[in-house]
Unconditional design. Structure first.
Length: 259
């Protein structure tokens, strides 16, 4: 028995945010009959989770397994387990937990059954860096992300789609450094991953200015580092209608080819 959620992924490696068909059906049924159910205390939720783990032949002393089998005490998926939620509707989970994080950070110490259940769900989500990256991106897009959360957001396009903003920005190899420089020069549509990464790059660049050493003049004979052809082709192939600039990418490659 495994505590890990069965995450669904996009071609870029990012988690699929859209709900599964099963989740869509449950949400539709809830909207037709949104009768609030009863929320149970954490002790009972844990007791029932332990029973589910034992019934499935799992180790009921494993904290992660018990968390995975804990049932939601709120919302349209009430009664479904934490593992089910992260396997079927990451977008909903990220939305709920982004709000919950903000509430706790703002000083809300409420210990209601629902808030306690969300605390437990956040602990379960915390077992998976990719899930925390999705929560971080949600907060960043809403304008409530911390610098540490911006670091966690995944690039989401090109050969380095599965890297975090921080890891790609701080990379020292030629391809990654060249890719970051290339991204800085592009025009991007509002709300796209490229625009989000550009904002991150500008912030990090600005942080480097105050105490940084004077820049060393670049030699006119030294070629500027650029991403490889493979990296640029990956940008074009991975970008969709939700993000990116095909024309800019293609135009840059044409100019490079005729130099």
């Amino acid at each position: 028995m495994d505590y890990s959620a069965q995450f669904r992924r996009e071609a870029t490696g990012e988690l699929t945010l859209k709900p599964s068909p099963e989740a869509v059906a449950l949400a539709a049924a809830y909207r037709k009959n949104p009768t609030p159910g009863r929320s149970w205390p954490a002790a009972r939720v844990k007791e029932e989770a332990i029973a589910r783990v034992a019934a499935a032949g799992g180790d009921s002393s494993c904290h992660q397994l018990v968390l995975s089998e804990s049932a939601l005490q709120f919302g349209q998926y009430r009664g479904k387990t934490f593992k089910w939620l992260l396997s079927n509707d990451v977008g909903y989970a990220a939305m709920v937990l982004a709000v919950h994080q903000r509430e706790r950070e703002a000083g809300d110490t409420t210990q209601s059954f629902i808030m306690g259940n969300k605390d437990a769900l956040l602990r379960y989500a915390g077992l998976f860096p990719v899930m925390m990256a999705a929560i971080s991106e949600r907060r960043v897009r809403e304008g409530h992300g911390t610098p540490a959360q911006e670091d966690q957001v995944l690039v989401g396009f090109g050969n380095f789609a599965a890297m975090s903003f921080k890891d790609l920005y701080e990379a020292t190899d030629r391809d990654r450094k060249g890719f970051v420089k290339w991204v800085k020069r592009q025009s991007s549509r509002p709300g796209t991953k490229m625009e989000l990464f550009q904002k991150y790059i500008r912030r990090r660049d600005a942080e480097m200015l105050p105490g940084s050493a004077p820049p060393v003049a670049a030699s006119s004979s030294a070629p500027e580092e650029e991403p490889s052809d493979e990296a640029l082709l990956a940008v074009v192939s991975h970008m969709d209608a939700s993000g990116g600039n095909y024309v800019a990418a293609f135009s840059w490659m044409v100019l490079e080819a005729v130099r």
